[in-house]
Write a protein of this length. Structure first.
Length: 256
């Protein structure tokens, strides 16, 4: 894959001051490689695309508020609001918070783990963390997942999406294009993390394969088919876990 710098990135380089910080650089990076705010939105996040939005009267999930962590440009909050649900967002980026507030969203500027530790048990029906965990050390992921499980209502669900380490191009190069990425989390490890923190895994999705034009020819051959899957198959996976019990969440043999 060839990465091309757009003029926006060159202009920002010419305007560099004596110091730069990673959060402000990442905002330019996202606009450069993923595109800016646009009325053309990504497809609905995987959990809702495959199961439908969790209705306040549905027995699939608990009734109540939805919370999202690391809201970015607010696309997820917009989809939740347009579906008729009440939602709030948490993000540590002042720029993301300002942008979401300008659109009229209920957002809090905070570290996600700090926010959850100050939140009462059973506060949310749904918590989402799309492309969050790959930015964090694993011990942080462990504690974050436990705190999400604790703050979910019985029957509430956690939705996550993250880069797929089983895709070799993603694991070897594309993942590391984002300088704020910490480590990929293989799907079986994520499943273990959910179960350890008291969330029963109810759905797994492998999503976002490369465009058809980039796939290998001769995929009717077994070797070519397997190689094509490893290189050009799903770039991300999503997982949905449900808090089953009314009792306090127990994480393995202890509580992070």
């Amino acid at each position: 894959m060839v990465y091309r710098k757009k003029p926006i990135l060159r202009r920002s380089i010419r305007g560099i001051s004596r110091t730069r910080d990673l959060p402000s650089m990442r905002g330019t990076f996202i606009s450069n490689f993923r595109g800016g705010s646009s009325p053309v939105r990504r497809p609905m996040p995987t959990g809702w695309r495959c199961t439908g939005p969790p209705s306040p009267t549905s027995n699939r999930v608990a009734r109540g508020d939805l919370a999202g962590h690391w809201m970015g440009r607010g696309k997820w909050l917009r989809m939740v609001r347009e579906s008729g649900h009440r939602a709030m967002g948490v993000d540590s980026s002042p720029a993301a918070i300002e942008q979401c507030r300008e659109i009229g969203f209920d957002v809090t500027e905070s570290d996600a783990l700090k926010f959850l530790r100050s939140t009462e048990d059973g506060s949310f029906a749904v918590v989402s963390a799309f492309h969050v965990l790959e930015h964090c050390p694993f011990e942080y992921c462990l504690n974050l997942t436990y705190q999400i499980a604790r703050t979910l209502k019985p029957g509430g669900v956690l939705l996550i999406e993250t880069p797929h380490a089983g895709n070799l191009l993603m694991a070897a190069e594309q993942f590391w294009m984002d300088p704020t990425h910490n480590r990929p989390i293989p799907l079986p490890l994520m499943e273990f993390l959910f179960e350890y923190c008291g969330l029963g895994v109810i759905h797994r999705f492998e999503v976002n394969p490369r465009p058809e034009s980039e796939h290998l020819p001769l995929r009717e051959l077994d070797l070519a088919s397997r190689l094509d899957l490893l290189l050009y198959g799903p770039q991300d996976y999503a997982m949905m876990g449900r808090r089953q019990s009314d009792s306090p969440v127990q994480a393995g043999r202890g509580q992070p």
